[in-house]
Design a protein around this ligand. Structure first.
Ligand code: SAM
Length: 245
């Protein structure tokens, strides 16, 4: 069944009015018409069945019923990434959503470039759409939470971060503990958090502070990967270990 996203403010009573781009996609590309059934999601985890009541631009749908998809019984995965180029962050928002990451935390590291951080301003709407599209693509009813940018020190002090059952900081200088050797059992109801540096990497001081705060450093082998490659590789491996793939 085709699935479409809507914002809560697009719903009035049991009628949902879709955005122009979704409407165009339904009418011109998919050629769906009145009376046809689709699914609707709003990122909250509820999947609604709905019937197209007006197939114009915009498309209107009558919501019939909603089913709350049970929260994953598995281990949730959070990812923190030092500010990198906007295009690369956007790639990661898409890939992390598809790979089932629950929370994404951009942070400003000591080696993050100031001009990049300024470029993040005003991107909320665009980034929300990227995450929505990736939810649609991967049939994911619950959206990935994207958090406000914070400093590295603020990030590792966040209560939800400190509560994570396992916290792994990816460090190219870590030679003794590789992710491949990480023995992980799925921890239902718990979270695992992975942290990646910006292009310039973490400073020794940041690594020391993180280790003091309970983080464990892990490596991904001898090759130095671009931050986005490291994120996608590590998230895939960890999700596989956690039974989330
Ligand atoms: N500036 C650093 C250098 O040239 O030595 C490299 C930083 S790397 C481009 C960006 C981030 O990707 C790192 O901070 C780390 O989190 C992750 N990363 C890249 N290669 C890695 C590896 N082999 N093991 C663990 N993490 C890695």
């Amino acid at each position: 069944m085709r699935r479409f996203f809507f914002q809560r403010e697009q719903r009035q009573g049991n009628i949902v009015t879709l955005s122009r781009s979704e409407s165009r996609h339904i009418c011109r590309v998919l050629r769906l018409g009145e009376g046809q059934s689709v699914e609707l999601v709003d990122g909250s985890g509820v999947v609604y069945s709905a019937v197209i009541s007006e197939a114009g631009e915009p498309v209107r749908l009558a919501v019939q019923e909603g089913h709350l998809q049970p929260q994953s019984a598995g281990t949730e995965l959070l990812v923190g990434v030092g500010a990198i180029k906007v295009k690369k962050i956007e790639l990661l928002l898409q890939k992390c959503t598809e790979l089932g990451v629950t929370g994404f935390y951009p942070f400003v590291g000591s080696r993050s470039q100031g001009n990049l951080i300024r470029q993040y301003g005003g991107k909320d709407e665009r980034w929300r759409r990227i995450i929505e599209e990736a939810c649609k693509q991967s049939l994911r009813p619950r959206s990935m939470d994207l958090y406000e940018m914070v400093s590295f020190a603020e990030l590792i002090a966040l209560p939800e971060v400190q509560r994570s059952a396992a916290r792994l900081l990816f460090w190219e200088k870590e030679r003794d503990t590789s992710l491949a050797a990480w023995q992980v059992e799925p921890m239902p109801g718990n979270t695992v958090m992975l942290l990646f540096g910006p292009e310039g990497g973490f400073t020794e001081q940041e690594v020391t502070d993180a280790v003091r705060a309970g983080w464990r450093t892990v490596g991904l082998g001898k090759r130095i990967l671009r931050a986005e490659t490291a994120v996608i590789a590590a998230v895939s491996i960890v999700q596989h270990h956690l039974g989330n793939m």
